[in-house]
Design a protein around this ligand. Structure first.
Ligand code: SAM
Length: 240
């Protein structure tokens, strides 16, 4: 049931917001890069420069800012958003977080990465983004979340974020999703926090996370409802 609801939700978002592409995507898999390249290439309406699956930075900040406050000993706190797409999470952290943050957004879609780099640098006549703290920084790099070796060393991030990426990768198979999780945990500092945001029910997701993150503690927080849908933050932290 949860899986069905998730399918309907992801499908309806794609169909509702990206109608022209969705029509030609029957049978496509959300784990395929070519599908994401097409979705990320869709024109944005009006002055909207980011597109969020689920919800955006404004809805997530209440959970993220206290964690970054706690991580201030590492100055700046390093944040990784795996499968960042063209979401407002990285840009919101960079422009609005009052603490110094060093944010890295990675996605396997070069289209998403190019869009975010253009937004960051003020391409297409836009104003470049300004940091919320003078010591904050933001970068976007193309990388596969299942192999972060080229872009991230072990234990180097205080906060790792996955908003909808497990959901997409798991469409290609659970082993691939476990590999994504293993990479997120490899790059996480032992005192750090990994958060997966998803609409998948805890009775489905928690057993998977407990299996894939032994030695870490998994807790769940309910978020929303946003636009009528309840989401979950799956929080994975070191067990002290
Ligand atoms: C559901 S979207 C979420 C995008 C963004 N996090 C958001 O909340 O709007 C899933 C994202 O994961 C990316 N993705 C899927 N598989 C990936 C992989 N193996 N490595 C890196 N990114 C991946 C897709 O390109 C897409 O941007």
């Amino acid at each position: 049931m949860a899986a069905l609801r998730r399918t309907l939700h992801l499908t309806s978002l794609a169909a509702g917001t990206r109608r022209t592409v969705a029509g030609s995507l029957a049978g496509s898999c959300l784990a395929d890069r070519s599908l994401w390249d097409k979705l990320h290439a869709q024109p944005r309406q009006g002055s909207v420069r980011t597109f969020d699956w689920f919800f955006g930075y404004e809805e997530a900040q209440g959970l993220l800012l206290p964690l970054l406050e706690k991580a201030r000993a590492a100055c700046p706190a390093r944040v990784l958003d795996v499968g960042c797409g063209t979401s407002s999470l990285c840009t919101g952290l960079y422009t609005k977080c009052p603490h110094p943050v060093d944010v890295l957004g990675v996605d396997f879609s070069p289209v998403a990465v190019a869009h975010m780099n253009s937004l960051l640098g003020g391409g297409q006549g836009q104003t470049p983004l300004c940091p919320g703290h003078p010591d904050s920084s933001l970068h976007f790099v193309q990388a596969d979340g299942q192999n972060l070796q080229p872009v991230a060393s072990s234990g180097s991030f205080q906060l790792v974020l996955d908003k909808g990426t497990w959901d997409a990768v798991a469409r290609g198979g659970l082993p691939e999703a476990y590999q994504l999780l293993a990479e997120c945990l490899r790059v996480l500092s032992p005192q750090g926090t990994l958060i997966q945001f998803s609409d998948e029910d805890p009775d489905v997701r928690v057993p998977c996370l407990e299996k894939g993150s032994q030695g870490w503690t998994v807790t769940v927080q309910e978020l929303g409802p946003f636009r009528g849908i309840t989401y979950f933050a799956y929080v994975i932290q070191g067990s002290d």
